[in-house]
Write a protein that binds this ligand. Structure first.
Ligand code: ADP
Ligand code: MG
Length: 729
């Protein structure tokens, strides 16, 4: 049998490290050079057009037709200067990847000549044939019209000689078919109400926007080894593989010296990212061998999401030059840590104030506590929806596996804030302090001024942790489009602030002073949202039990978790804030379920194929060798010695036979379970069936295959082993 594994291993030896050539001595010279950013706009646009675009970016104002014509021709001029030949609308369909369809600028004008053309209408809207994108039944295939529309808030950029224009993607009847549309809608819902609430503290606030700083974890694997693992190629993860004798137990990879090959890759990735205006800032080794992380400086959430999608694309592209494959899967290897995408989320005002930054003055801290407590309340009331927003088959393998937060959503706020909230809760309101007419005396009591946060106060096990000036949502999966958890957070926050404002107004109408009203609501919310707060070890069994007592959900698998996306409460929430209507939610729910089913189906097929076509023949070949050997021994030994000396071989033969039989049986049963599941029409039931009747064989098949890996001669084992995949040569 030819062994693909050994030729792959050989290929990985002495890999050349590509020379990294920085475009210039300083990053500041080329940062954003491939983006149509504000500096470029100022250069290429008339004053009037420039102002109009800025108004669209800052205030969401409509751009007039004559201005779009100017913008498109400016974009064209700028792009052609950079050897761009094509343009495309760039969007995030619900497949999870990004989509593009390129058109050339060139247009024939007769006499065998062409000119470059890019009209305003080609910039603002296009109608890609949308029939093959998932729509969850919103569009019938014969009504294949969806359209993309320019999002001026995210700068156009150049990728591979193509001008990419960030767009939203909606159906002809206006339903969103992408991630960006609900994100933008959630941002405007939040902006509208948050401005009102902020004005309780500062009359000058004109805009509030969410901020996001993601941290992206990933694995690198040599491309030759990757190709020799059909499971990695087809599913992004290994379905088999005995653990390596050494992997992460010595904790020697985390923050360790970065391997030269990986470092060169990172540098190259940074150069490409910086040219595209992605402010990548940090790079380091993660916990598992060959696992890494990068993170940018945070940005306004829409831009940050676009940048993350773009980064994932760049990661893959740049990896090719370095003979690597990037694994973004949440759990590419069993037994070592998987990958997440921590989402650091906050809100900022147009004057640059971070609403989750404890201020220096009484007023600032009053605002800070108000925002914080409203977040606690929002998360408490919507914990199931938050869980649903990060549900995926890959993330199921990570959540609750003692390497990432559990599937229970809780909030960690740290000792200091806990103490502050406890004090506030115990404090009397002005009503109780009738004689003390000074509101300052009341809100001063919890010593809110000067909350000096200790940044080392970290709880790595919490899914949603306050880290000094932002919340870090750690349960997001590494492959996820971050728009989803973000539009959920924005929307629940908008909803909470609407309720808060109504509550404040009611109290004011009842004769209370504004600050008193706010203060008494803070106290009330602190009490009500207590069950969501947890400062202990979220990985522990005690917490699972305690959380159940508190009534918090613990949906371990995606089909269970997704329900919350279509509950009456969620439908009302998203409709109230015009983020999504019921039809859109149902469609997304269907798409998510379908995706889950297909992923499990593919994994199950890959597992079956590999087991039957790769593993069993190898095991049988080795078994035959042992049989030959036993026969030979029988020929040369007398009966008594034979019985004594051949015991090992005979035991191995039996053991291998048992594994072979078990694998065959389990694969057959799994295929049968799949057949039954495939006949189920209701998607929810089908997903559940895949989870409970098909997936159950994964573990046992894997167990037998991994045992065989230990028994069979290394020389003939066909798949690169964990010890080979996990360590960069
Ligand atoms: P860690 O110790 O978790 O790595 P860092 O302080 O390095 O924390 O920040 C991690 C991420 O949080 C970075 O991407 C950073 O830009 C982001 N971040 C910092 N402040 C904010 C904020 N106000 N809003 C959103 N993200 C933020
Ligand atoms: Mg972090």
């Amino acid at each position: 049998m030819s062994n693909f594994r050994f030729s792959a291993l050989k290929e990985t030896l002495n890999r050349p490290i590509p020379e990294i050539i920085y475009p210039s001595n300083k990053v500041s010279d080329y940062f954003g050079s491939m983006t149509f950013n504000q500096t470029v706009m100022r250069e290429y646009l008339t004053e009037e057009a420039y102002e109009a675009v800025l108004l669209a970016i800052d205030r969401g104002e409509r751009i007039e037709r004559k201005v779009t014509d100017q913008v498109s021709s400016a974009m064209k001029a700028w792009a052609i200067n950079k050897a761009v030949t094509h343009y495309t609308h760039w969007f995030h369909p619900l497949t999870g990847a990004t989509a593009e369809k390129h058109d050339a600028f060139m247009n024939p004008i007769g006499e065998g000549r062409v000119i470059e053309e890019f009209q305003g209408n080609a910039l603002i809207q296009q109608e890609p044939d949308a029939s093959s994108f998932p729509s969850g039944g919103i569009r019938n295939t014969f009504e294949a019209r969806g359209y993309t529309a320019w999002d001026p808030t995210s700068p156009a950029f150049i990728l591979e000689h193509t001008l990419c224009i960030p767009t939203i993607f909606v159906s002809y009847t206006g339903e969103s078919l992408d991630y960006k549309t609900p994100l933008l809608r959630s941002m405007s819902a939040l902006d509208e109400i948050a401005v009102d609430v902020c004005r309780y503290f500062d009359r000058n606030v004109g805009k509030v926007y969410p901020t996001l700083g993601w941290e992206q974890e990933y694995f690198l694997v040599d491309s030759a080894l990757y190709t020799a693992r059909p499971d990695l190629v087809l599913t992004g993860k290994t379905v088999f593989g005995h653990s390596s004798a050494k992997d992460q137990q010595l904790s020697d990879h985390y923050f360790g010296t970065i391997h030269d090959r990986a470092r060169a890759y990172m540098q190259d990735l940074e150069i490409e990212s910086h040219k595209l205006g992605i402010p990548l800032k940090t790079r380091h080794n993660e916990v598992a061998p060959s696992q890494f992380e990068c993170a940018p400086v945070y940005e306004e959430v829409n831009i940050a999401v676009d940048h993350n999608q773009l980064l994932m694309h760049l990661m893959d592209k740049v990896a090719r030059r370095h003979n690597f494959k990037v694994l973004l899967h949440e759990k590419p290897y069993a037994g070592v840590n998987g990958s997440g995408k921590h989402n650091n989320w906050s809100m900022a005002t147009d004057s640059g104030i971070n609403l989750l930054s404890p201020g220096k003055t009484l007023k600032e801290n009053f605002r800070f506590i108000t925002v914080l407590v409203n977040i606690l309340k929002a998360v408490h009331e919507n914990e199931e929806l938050i869980r649903a927003s990060i549900a995926s088959e890959g993330n199921d393998l990570r959540l609750g596996a003692h390497e990432a937060p559990p599937a229970i959503i809780s909030v960690f706020i740290g000792e200091q804030i806990t103490r502050t909230l406890d004090e506030i809760e115990k404090m009397p309101t002005r009503d109780a302090l009738k004689n003390n007419g000074n509101i300052d005396a009341i809100i001063n009591i919890p010593k809110i001024p000067e909350i000096l946060l200790d940044n080392t106060d970290r709880n790595r096990t919490s899914p949603f942790a306050f880290t000094g000036n932002k919340f870090e949502f750690r349960a997001v999966g590494s492959t996820a489009n971050t728009a989803k958890p973000m539009f959920v957070l924005n929307t629940i926050m908008a909803n909470q602030l609407v309720k808060f404002k109504a509550d404040v107004e009611k109290l004011i109408a009842g004769g209370m002073k504004k600050d008193d009203a706010i203060f008494s609501l803070i106290k009330k919310y602190i009490k009500e949202s207590k069950p969501i707060r947890f400062e202990g070890n979220s990985y522990s069994q005690e917490w699972a039990e305690e959380a159940a007592k508190r009534g918090l959900s613990n949906h371990r698998s995606t089909p269970e978790a997704l329900h919350a996306f279509v509950s009456d409460k969620t439908i009302k929430l998203f409709s109230d804030h015009k983020v999504m209507n019921e039809k859109e939610l149902q469609a997304r729910y269907g798409i998510k379920l379908e995706k889950y089913i297909k992923k499990i189906q593919i994994e199950s097929r890959v597992m079956g194929d590999l087991a039957i076509n790769h593993i069993l023949p190898t095991a049988i070949e080795y078994q035959n060798r042992l049989i030959e050997n036993a026969k030979g021994l029988k020929d040369v030994l007398d009966q008594k010695s034979f019985v004594k000396l051949s015991r090992n071989q005979l035991n191995s033969i039996k053991e291998i036979s048992n594994h072979i039989a078990a694998i065959k049986e389990d694969v057959e049963k799994m295929v049968e379970a799949r057949r039954i599941a495939n006949r189920i029409e209701n998607l929810q039931e089908q997903a559940t069936s895949y989870k409970t009747t098909v997936m159950v064989y994964f573990e046992s098949i894997r167990l037998h295959v991994d045992q065989l890996e230990l028994l069979v001669d290394d020389e003939i084992w066909p798949l690169p082993k964990y010890r080979e995949l996990l360590f960069i040569k």
